[in-house]
Design a protein around this ligand. Structure first.
Ligand code: UD1
Length: 361
C-alpha cells in the first residue's frame, strides 16, 4: 500500500490531480491518497468550483497561503508543507504543472528525502522571464520521477542531462478530465444564458500580457475590433480584472459592443463555452492542449509555447501580441470554412492517470 500526497495549489492543478486521485481511490488496496491544497488560489471561482465540478474530494489539509510575492508565497508553502510531510511520512508526493506551489512542495520533499513525482515534466518555453519556466526547470532537476506528456518533453529532459531511468512518458492527464467531463459540460446552460450562437472565447492572465498597461491596452483594442465582427466572450482572471480596472480606458473597453466580460467560470461551464466556440484566443498553456484535442482553432497570444506539439499536431498557432496580427489572424481563422485538420497527440487518450499509478508502483 502506497501512501501518496497529491498537491494542488492553483486553478490549473485541479483538473490534473482529480483523475489521479480518482484512479487511486479505484485501487484502494494499493494506494492511500491524501489531497493537500496550498491555498495559492482561494476564491470560490478559482478553487471551490473546480472541486465541485471535477468531483475532487475536499482537501485533507489546507495550507491557506494566499497571494503574495513569488518569494513570500513560495516560502509560505514550504514552511507549511514541511510539517505535513513529516507527520504523514508519505511514500510519494505528487506535484503537477508549473505553479509556485509545485516547486515549493518538490523542494520540501527533496530536502526531507521523500520521493516526489512531477506530472507534466519536461515542458520548456525557453523563456526564463516566465515564472513558470523557472518552476519547471527547478522541479525537474530535483524530482525523483518525471512523468511527461509528450516525446518532446523527454527530449528536453535528456538534453538537460537527466537520466532516462527518471523519465516516463505517460501522456496528458488533463485530457483524462476533459474526456470524462465533456458529456456533462454539454448539459451546461451557459451558452443559452449568455444568448450565444457563434462566438470567440478569450482568456488572458500572463503577467507579460496583463501587468504592463500598454500591452494590455493594445490587446484589448484588438479584441474590440474582433468584437465588431463576432461576439467575444472574456472570462476575466482576478489578476487581469485588477489591471483592467486600473486602466484609464477601462470604461470604454468594458462597454465595447461585442466584448462580453464575465467572471472566471467553473470547469464545466468553461468547457461548455470553449468547446462551442468558433475560435479561442489565449495565453494559457492548458487551453492550447484542450483546444487541440477538441479540434477548436486556437491563437496563442504569446511569443513562445512550452507545448510545441499543439502547434505541430494540433490546432494552435503562436501569434504574439501585436494587435494588428491578432486581428488579422483571428479574421483569417474565422474565414476558414471547416475546422482546422488536427491530430490528437499520442497518449492524450483519457488513460494517463492509470499509467501514472503504474509508474509509481
Ligand atoms: C498562477 C500561476 C500561473 C497559472 C495561473 C492560473 C504561478 C507563478 N503562477 O498565476 O502559472 O497559469 O495561476 O490561474 O504560480 N487572486 C485572486 N483570487 C485567487 C487567486 C489570486 O483574487 O483565488 C489574485 C490576487 O490578487 C493575486 C493575483 O490574482 O495577487 C495573482 O495570483 P497568483 O496566484 O499570484 O498568480 P496567477 O496570476 O493566478
Amino acid at each position: 500500500m502506497l501512501k501518496v500526497i497529491n498537491v494542488v495549489g492553483a486553478r490549473p492543478n485541479f483538473m490534473k490531480v482529480a483523475p489521479i486521485v480518482e484512479a487511486m481511490k479505484r485501487r484502494e488496496r494499493d494506494f492511500a491518497p491524501l489531497v493537500v491544497h496550498t491555498g495559492q488560489h482561494y476564491d470560490a471561482a478559482m478553487s471551490d468550483a473546480f472541486f465541485r465540478d471535477l468531483e475532487l474530494p475536499q482537501p485533507d489539509v489546507y495550507l491557506d497561503v494566499g497571494s503574495a510575492s513569488h518569494a513570500l508565497q513560495t516560502a509560505a508553502v514550504m514552511e507549511r508543507f514541511e510539517p505535513v510531510v513529516l507527520q504523514e511520512k508519505p511514500d510519494w508526493v505528487i506535484v503537477v504543472g508549473d505553479v509556485n506551489s509545485t516547486l515549493a512542495c518538490a523542494l520540501v520533499c527533496v530536502k526531507l528525502g521523500v520521493k516526489v513525482a512531477h506530472v507534466e515534466a519536461g515542458l520548456r518555453s525557453r523563456d526564463r522571464t516566465m515564472p513558470e519556466e523557472i518552476n519547471r526547470l527547478l522541479t525537474d532537476q530535483i524530482a525523483d520521477l518525471l512523468l511527461t506528456p509528450s516525446a518532446d518533453a523527454d527530449k528536453n529532459l535528456l538534453a538537460e542531462g537527466i537520466p532516462q531511468e527518471r523519465i516516463r512518458l505517460v501522456g496528458n492527464v488533463m485530457i483524462d478530465s476533459l474526456l470524462k467531463h465533456l458529456p456533462r459540460a454539454r448539459e451546461s446552460n451557459i451558452r443559452q444564458d449568455l444568448n450565444l450562437n457563434e462566438y470567440v472565447v478569450i482568456t488572458l492572465h500572463r503577467p507579460s500580457n496583463v501587468d504592463d498597461p500598454e500591452t494590455l491596452k493594445r490587446i484589448l483594442g484588438a479584441l474590440e475590433k474582433i468584437g465588431n465582427r463576432i461576439p467575444v466572450i472574456f472570462p476575466v482572471h482576478p489578476r487581469t480584472r485588477k489591471m483592467i480596472l486600473e486602466l484609464g480606458s477601462a470604461d470604454r473597453v468594458v462597454n465595447a459592443k461585442g466584448l462580453l466580460f464575465i467572471p472566471p467560470q467553473g470547469y464545466l461551464d468553461f468547457l461548455s463555452l470553449y468547446s462551442g466556440a468558433r475560435l479561442v484566443l489565449t495565453d494559457s498553456g492548458g487551453i492550447q492542449e484542450e483546444t487541440t484535442v477538441l479540434g477548436i482553432p486556437c491563437l496563442t497570444l504569446r511569443e513562445n509555447t512550452e507545448r510545441p506539439i499543439t502547434v505541430e499536431k494540433g490546432t494552435n498557432k503562436i501569434v504574439g501580441t501585436d494587435p494588428e496580427k491578432i486581428v488579422n489572424e483571428a479574421f483569417a481563422a474565422l474565414d476558414e470554412e471547416s475546422k482546422t485538420t488536427h491530430r490528437v497527440p499520442p497518449l492524450w487518450d483519457g488513460h494517463t492517470a492509470e499509467r501514472i499509478l503504474e509508474a509509481l508502483s
